[in-house]
Design a protein around this ligand. Structure first.
Ligand SMILES: Cc1cc2nc3c(=O)[nH]c(=O)nc-3n(C[C@H](O)[C@H](O)[C@H](O)COP(=O)(O)O)c2cc1C
Length: 349
């Protein structure tokens, strides 16, 4: 109520020309709060919904509830404790790259409010794996599973992509409950080509091998789970190829989906380039999850993401075959209350 009546209009108005202003303002506040245990406890007591019914074990990780924050929201991992206190069951942090990079020129996020959607062409702005590792060492533990999303630095040539991913993986190993290999952002030239069968096979082989080596070196019993995040713009044949490679390379889950290049079904036309997220993505994301679910036949789990704006969307995504869900645009448009709403609904369903 308060969010939609006062907070959202104020935030949207003050950042009408550049939604990133609102994002950075919020993130700065949450980063500050992340160092104050008492404030975190108050937020958690008023926001988070807990029930044993919501807990689940997926790809070897224990989740307090199935509602996660999607990749790209906390790119540098500056506010993980505060975001956790809002009631998320897990957070996908990043996408982080080996080298610090500024991303594309601003503005690079555009709200399409009539469609409850966004277009973004961020291009992975982040502080780079070294700086992020150093910061995480000083940040309190968020208390929920954190998966780091890793991507390729813009300056790294395609032939050196594998080493670029491995570098970030090593740096963030101690702070990650699982890893997501991001090969589906439309905003880094050539990145989506890594979803093709052969390059994907080589990349995933190297990454999974590295997690096994890291487990050995650190005396861990099992390697950290590696997941792959895919685009909604793949054909069925391409999805089947991804599934085949994932199963062969011991990938433990697939995240579907990233943003789309499609603009179909929009009421508010926009000439901006980039990936579309939010409500218009939901139907396509469900299609991909259903297809994946059929192909995977329960062998590895799916995390469903794309246009989830409330309990019904969450239910549909889980019914389509997802074991966990993630929010991004729904969190922006509906506010933090959406997490509790979905969890309450799921625990009574
Ligand atoms: C501004 C913005 C930045 C994003 N950055 C990333 C990113 O860095 N890594 C990633 O895997 N996905 C990123 N995404 C995609 C989201 O994680 C999610 O897959 C997509 O937005 C669909 O979910 P939604 O409809 O709930 O927003 C970003 C999305 C938005 C809107």
């Amino acid at each position: 109520m308060l969010f939609k009546a006062i907070i959202r209009p104020a935030m949207f108005r003050t950042s009408a020309n550049d939604p990133e202003i609102a994002h950075h303002f919020l993130m700065d506040q949450m980063a500050r709060i992340s160092h104050h245990q008492t404030i975190l406890k108050i937020i958690e007591a008023t926001s988070a919904y807990k029930s044993p019914v919501l807990e689940r074990d997926v790809f070897g990780v224990h989740f307090p509830n199935p509602v996660g924050l999607a990749g790209g929201f906390d790119k540098n991992g500056i506010a993980l404790p505060a975001l956790a206190a809002l009631g998320f069951g897990f957070i996908e942090a990043g996408t982080v790259t080996r080298y610090a990079q500024p991303g594309n020129p601003r503005p690079r996020i555009f709200r399409l409010t009539a469609d409850q959607a966004m277009i973004n062409r961020m291009g992975f702005p982040n502080d780079g794996a070294d700086a992020i590792q150093a910061r995480l060492a000083r940040l309190p533990q968020p208390g929920i599973p954190i998966g780091w999303s890793i991507g390729k630095s813009k300056v790294t040539p395609q032939e050196e992509a594998i080493e670029d991913y491995l570098y970030s993986l090593r740096k963030l190993d101690a702070y990650s409950d699982f890893f997501t290999v991001n090969v589906s952002s439309p905003n880094t030239p050539g990145l989506r080509k890594l979803q093709d069968k052969e390059p994907l096979d080589q990349l995933l082989h190297a990454i999974v091998q590295e997690t096994k080596q890291l487990a050995q070196q650190t005396g861990r019993r099992s390697a950290k789970s590696v997941l792959v995040k895919i685009a909604p713009d793949l054909t069925e044949e391409q999805i089947s190829d991804v599934v085949e490679v994932c199963l062969q390379r011991d990938v433990r889950g697939i995240i579907a989906t990233n943003t789309t290049l499609s603009r179909t079904g929009l009421q508010q036309q926009s000439a901006e380039t980039g990936g579309l997220s939010g409500r218009p993505l939901h139907a396509r994301s469900l299609e991909v999850i259903r297809y994946l679910s059929k192909q995977l036949d329960g062998r590895i789990p799916i995390i469903g993401v794309g246009g989830i704006f409330g309990p019904d969307d969450a239910r549909c995504t889980l019914d389509a075959g997802a074991s966990l869900i993630q929010l991004y645009s729904g969190f922006i448009y509906e506010g933090p209350g959406i997490i509790k709403k979905i969890n309450q609904h799921l625990s009574h369903a």
